[in-house]
Design a protein around this ligand. Structure first.
Ligand code: GLA
Ligand code: ZN
Length: 687
């Protein structure tokens, strides 16, 4: 079902364009603010994220508040049609606070308390830190929650990390008491009879430590769950402290591919998802893989709330934290920025507006360079994009129709890496998930990235690579998805453990065994240089033939109700099944028993998606590295054709009637895309 979503802010119901802005670094020179406003308008910027690290300017000493400078910035914004995501300053705190209240300082896993410095260096449990953030947030809300220039709250900055102080240890123990009730239940769930790890008092339990316990897998998993819950609890505390003044002002927090936090759980406390994307273009010399990887991430963040998100940060030129920082080649700024829009973002925002003069980010890419004027390549790229975003503002609020989803759980991600099994030199979970996603991306198939607890019923195809941690409930849900006509693709290393990281008894893939119709008896790890192969069986239902290379992991499976489509080519298990399909109810479940390469995945998904009736953005062949993505408002489809191939490319449109999204002119039948080119088209919505 296609939905036109309400704008993220009714004050600015268009695509947002802007940057992190730190006017507090330039308070000594008031001319800078005036010049910045002139340049913002010139660059077509309509929104800035301000106050992100401003605590020392807002509260220079305890209880002494200074808001005049922020009043002035917001007033100048208002006068000039510029809006603000107003940040809470908790991402870094003033030195006076660390000096007076050492408990706010973070303790690392080695149990050493950090000194003052850096950022994100605080305890999420500390009552003092919570009190201080509560006070400053309430003050900001009191003053600005109804300010006409403020479109929403930017809560803190890139929450992340963990604290192991005594306050956090106690909070962890309470969290465990709440979850398990009794120590007996915890000991059973954690399988602590192993190595005499049985706990006899709650106080004996500690967070995982490099010089203490880190081998109890269920404990590691629970610690990560606790860190997620505690960080969300802190985030919620911050949100409550700003929302009381105006519940209608939306709140977001900028996310950043952080592995340690289950972002899916954050979705519940946020009004809009935002994230910071830093693709390192031209560095690895594989912009296709990178383009697909960022497509995956955009899909992931969009799927958290199933509505438009914000690209809160990206670099207008280069970063300053890569080993070697490449400049964006001509066209790439436009392509990379509009890729976010294509995948459901309603904004393109940067880190940062003006380069800071000193400290660690003084040489990070920014819209305004140290030269201080607009006559730079980067500024021109940004201003041109500003023009495009204004031209295509009808895209704002449109949705991304999908029929396919990839299952990607944080818990599985954590557990799989902790598994200590067939290949400790690398199971490559994320890479594998992205390999599957890329095969769909290459065909212009829109894909949601969902979790086990999401609703599966609207999809035709669900891909669940390496679902190592699989709850009984997830197994049941996937089973009924297939029975009701869905197509499931699963792989080796699935259904091994449950939510306590305890192995499923009675045969892998545990809760998926019936759905997949196989029993996985053993799994072999291969060295990096070793290969096996998949040879397709004559007359197989996929219509594929020949041999594909396989590597890393080979599972030895038995057919139960499934049929073999292909078999291993080598080793003592040559001719045993390596690819199977099981028919169950109205649907089908495929099992890929070994890690296969891109050529297989492309051939496989081409056939499987066609059989499953999954639609593509364009019903036409796309050259390698060229993809297409659709957003729709129900009346019109907005089609983005993107060229990451590094060469010129040509795409024959599929016979439907297209116009140029910016100019409205009818589109040519063959679209020519330059290197790093993107074409924006419009057609009548299909449904
Ligand atoms: C992150 C932070 C920003 C800045 C950028 C630099 O995304 O949120 O404050 O440090 O990285 O790339
Ligand atoms: Zn702590």
């Amino acid at each position: 079902m296609t939905i036109q979503h309400a704008p993220i802010s009714p004050k600015l119901p268009v695509l947002m364009h802007g940057a992190d802005y730190n006017p507090d670094q330039w308070l000594h020179d008031p001319a800078v603010l005036e010049e910045d406003i002139r340049l913002m308008k010139l660059a077509g910027c309509n929104v800035m994220a301000i106050g992100i690290f401003s605590w020392a300017s807002l509260e220079p000493s305890e209880g002494e508040f200074r808001f005049e400078w922020l009043d002035q910035v917001l007033k100048r914004f208002q006068d000039n049609g510029i809006y603000a995501w107003l940040a809470t300053p908790s991402g870094a705190r003033p030195a006076w606070m660390s000096a007076r209240y050492p408990e706010v300082l973070r303790v690392e896993a080695n149990r050493v308390r950090n000194l003052h410095g850096l950022r994100h260096n605080h305890c999420f449990t500390s009552p003092v830190y919570r009190e201080k953030t509560g006070v400053i947030n309430r003050k900001l809300a009191e003053r600005y929650a109804h300010h006409p220039a403020v479109v929403g709250w930017h809560i803190s900055n890139e929450f992340g990390g963990e604290c192991h102080c005594e306050l956090c240890q106690d909070a962890f123990r309470n969290w465990l008491k709440n979850k398990y009730g009794t120590l007996d239940a915890l000991n059973m769930a954690w399988w602590t009879s192993f190595w005499a790890h049985t706990y006899t008092d709650w106080s004996q339990i500690e967070s995982p430590a490099p010089h203490g316990e880190f081998m109890v897998h269920a404990q590691n998993l629970d610690w990560r769950r606790f860190v997620t819950d505690q960080t969300i609890d802190f985030c919620k505390h911050e949100i409550d402290a700003v929302k009381w003044a105006n519940p209608d002002l939306p709140a977001t927090t900028n996310m950043h591919m952080i592995e340690g936090l289950d972002y899916r759980k954050f979705a519940g406390v946020l009004d809009v998802i935002s994230w910071d994307a830093y693709p390192t273009w031209h560095d690895a010399k594989d912009d296709i893989k990178l383009g697909a990887a960022f497509a995956f991430n955009h899909d992931l963040y969009r799927s958290l709330l199933q509505k438009p998100f914000l690209l809160m940060e990206s670099t207008p030129s280069m970063t300053n934290w890569q080993a070697v920082s490449k400049l964006k080649q001509p066209g790439m700024h436009r392509l990379s920025s509009l890729q976010a829009i294509a995948h459901g973002s309603d904004s393109v925002q940067y880190f940062q507006w003006r380069k800071s003069r000193g400290s660690s980010e003084k040489l990070h890419g920014a819209v305004v360079d140290h030269v201080g004027h607009e006559h730079t390549r980067v500024f021109r790229d940004v201003a041109e994009l500003g023009g495009t975003l204004a031209d295509i503002s009808q895209v704002a609020g449109s949705s991304t129709p999908t029929e396919t989803a990839i299952l990607f759980d944080w818990e599985n991600r954590w557990a799989v890496k902790d598994s200590q099994g067939p290949r400790n030199s690398g199971l490559h979970y994320e890479e594998t998930v992205m390999d599957h996603h890329r095969a769909l991306w290459q065909q212009g198939i829109a894909t949601d990235v969902i979790g086990s607890e999401d609703d599966f019923s609207s999809y035709k195809l669900i891909v669940a690579p390496m679902l190592y941690l699989c709850r009984e409930e997830t197994g049941r849900k996937l089973g009924s998805f297939v029975e009701r006509g869905g197509t499931l693709v699963a792989t080796y290393w699935s259904g091994v453990v449950d939510e306590h990281d305890l192995c499923h008894l009675g045969g892998f893939p545990g809760p998926l065994r019936k759905t997949l119709g196989i029993w996985a008896e053993e799994i072999e790890g291969l060295h990096d240089w070793e290969r096996n192969g998949l040879s397709m069986l004559p007359g197989n239902a996929l219509g594929l033939s020949g041999r594909y290379e396989s590597r890393e992991l080979c599972e030895l499976i038995h057919l139960e109700s499934a049929e073999a489509l292909g078999q291993y080519t080598d080793s003592f298990y040559a001719e045993r099944p390596a690819l199977t399909v099981n028919k169950l109810g109205q649907g089908k479940a495929y099992y890929i028993a070994t890690r296969l390469t891109d050529d297989f995945l492309l051939d496989f998904y081409r056939t499987v998606t066609e059989a499953a009736g999954v639609g593509r953005a364009l019903e036409t062949a796309l050259p390698a590295g060229v993809t297409a993505q659709v957003r729709s408002d129900g009346k019109s489809d907005f089609v983005f054709i993107m060229n990451f191939s590094g060469a010129e490319a040509e795409v024959a449109l599929d016979g439907r009637s297209y116009s140029d999204l910016e100019s409205g002119e009818p589109a040519e039948a063959n679209v020519l895309l330059p290197v790093n080119g993107i074409r924006l088209l419009k057609r009548a919505a299909a449904r």
